[in-house]
Design a protein around this ligand. Sequence first.
Ligand SMILES: *Cc1c(COP(=O)(O)O)cnc(C)c1O
Length: 375
Amino acid sequence: MIRAMELYGNASSMHSPGQDAYRAIEDARAKLATFIGSSPDEIIFTGSGSEANNTVLNSVYCEKITCSEGKCGSGDCCKNHLITSVIEHPSILQTAKCYERRGFEVTYVPVDRYGIIDPEAVRKAIKHNTGLISIMYANNEIGTIQPIKEIAAIAKENNIYFHTDGVQALGKIRFNVRDLGVDFMSFSGHKIYAPKGVGVLYSRKNTRLCPLIYGGHHERNRRAGTENTIGIIALGKAIEIANREMDDNNRRYLKMKQKLRDGLTARIPHIRFNGHPEKALPNTLNVTFEYVEGESILLYADFEGISFSTGSACSTGSLDPSHVILALGVDAEIAHGSIRFSFGMNNTDEDVDYVLEKLPPVIERLRVMSPLYKS
Ligand SMILES: *Cc1c(COP(=O)(O)O)cnc(C)c1O
């Protein structure tokens, strides 16, 4: 990143400093393409994972406008029904809700008690006017991994575009976009140690994509705005490192997660773990402590230097329990006591020991204050 800061040229400029920046961006694009198994011209750099998600949903809505203006000549006209799931990230769910208010139809497929989507439920939700199916690959709160290949095949059979939010999968699961059979896939830089403010949209060749942002000819007319050169170059580097270290990191995460899970179970009564025991990201552990509030646990743990979240950082500010935990069928009362641990590359076994030492007294203290708790 520091070296990238010296590339002050605008990648769209014809002069040499501009062309240096251009080449560095294309180098990052090629790295990313190789990593996900696409070709470089299928990679669109965006300002965030949220923007990549919004772009795909907007694209279908954009088609509908074309349609109502009578400009749409193709058979896909008026495909204004979207299928997504109840556990998506807010950048999908809130966008879907916005389009619903504008007259879009949206079906939210449910999950089972482990947070897994049944591909047959997606098949049953398909209507004559379904234009897009968008189901996330791995969930950010509970880590569950969805049967994306099966769902993509169902979409393809029915000639419907398929998008998956792959933000949490990148750098944690090895996959190939062609093998998965997806048309669109979103990623975010800061989830794999690139800086914040850079995202990626994979858009398969020959898919029609309306830009979310219009302007210059950047990103082959698919996303206007001068490129975030530093962020993009850093993302290319982050992919290189993730590729090299992913397997080792995952092994370590799994061991730490097992230790944390066993340790919490041994030390704290009335707890439950959310998500699927195997079909899950190696670094994510979501746990519900009955009779306490996640926010209170978070504040007390923060005093001890332990950082975790109660849901998506993008849901902070909402007093409702996590929509993901509720979707698992957990009572609202109990869902309030859920927190999410996610391990990163700098975490060690000692960190787990530290949490196991500091967290049980916090839970105990909070429970003593709770009117609902009768030890
Ligand atoms: C973080 C995240 C996003 C949003 O990415 P930003 O770059 O922060 O906008 C989208 N989907 C999932 C699953 C995420 O975890």
